[in-house]
Ligand binder design. Structure first.
Ligand code: MG
Ligand code: MG
Length: 277
């Protein structure tokens, strides 16, 4: 069941989203060679709890029995790890690593969810093909966000994301997808990173989605490690993941988890096209 959000509820989600963005900025600034993923996790937790928020991921899944509760505030996934990596003091970042940081926070009962891929040491620390993967995955996210407009269908988002990956021949993760978000971290609908234009649910005001492409430098296939959480590429190729929580408003898509260097209103420069898009 898809649960639409009122204007007032979207404003509340924007508060949660802003806290996620604040935590992301703190951990982004801390990413460096020699820093462990557990240290990053502690920084994010401090930011979130310091402002009265609750980490969305900590304890997630425990009630489903077979999977142990997720222990971190962040998911920290390095190189061939795609998503759901567990923060650890034994995972120490090195120059040239890709670290994917996924962060969720609850404020006043509402969730925000956002992920980013940072290159330890910057673009020059990796092969240009790897830097290109990261940039293209990010572009795929923005293409999906810009397609999240009233009158489009869900498949338009997936098609826009997929086109970015296909142009480069990247694998697209199929098993893990974007999602509705609100009072629960994961709500309907599922938002695949592939799709057909004009197919699926109609998009309309009040829908709030986490749009989150995961592109691989190799194939699509994934597997889960023995810790029951960490998802890796089956072929060992590196992977990138970017995610924002986005509300569809009367003024187009609003990025609730935008960091200070990103547009909250990605279509603001082209408002003429909003009403009819
Ligand atoms: Mg996430
Ligand atoms: Mg998500």
């Amino acid at each position: 069941m898809i649960i639409k959000k009122s204007r007032r509820e979207i404003e509340k989600m924007a508060v949660a989203g802003a806290l996620v963005a604040k935590a992301h900025e703190a951990v982004r600034d801390a990413v460096a060679p020699g820093v462990s993923t557990l240290e990053l996790d502690r920084i994010a937790e401090k930011v979130i709890t310091g402002d009265g928020g609750i980490p969305s991921f900590k304890g997630y899944g425990g009630r489903f029995g077979s999977v142990p509760p997720f222990p971190g505030t962040l998911c920290t996934s390095v190189n061939d790890e795609i998503v759901h990596g567990i923060p650890s003091d034994e995972v120490v970042l090195r120059e040239g690593d890709l670290v994917k940081l996924d962060c969720g926070a609850i404020v006043d009962g509402w969730h925000g969810d956002s992920a980013a891929t940072w290159i330890v040491g910057g673009d020059d620390a990796v092969d240009p093909t790897v830097a290109e993967l990261v940039a293209t995955t990010r572009a795929g996210m923005w293409a999906g966000i810009r397609s999240f407009v009233s009158g489009h269908r869900l498949g338009d988002i997936g098609a826009a994301v997929e086109a970015e990956a296909n142009a480069m021949g990247y694998g697209i993760v199929r098993e893990y997808v974007g999602h509705g978000i609100g009072r629960s971290l994961h709500e309907d609908p599922s938002v695949p990173n592939y799709g057909s234009r004009g197919r699926g649910n109609k998009l309309s005001k009040g829908l709030v989605l986490a749009i989150e492409p995961m592109f691989n430098l190799g194939g699509d296939a994934t597997r889960t490690l023995d810790d029951n959480w960490t998802v890796v590429t089956d072929d060992g190729a590196v992977s990138s993941h970017w995610e924002h929580t986005v509300a569809l408003t009367a003024d187009g898509p609003r990025v609730l988890t935008a960091r200070s260097d990103e547009p909250e209103w990605p279509l603001a420069d082209d408002r003429s096209g909003l009403a009819t898009a």
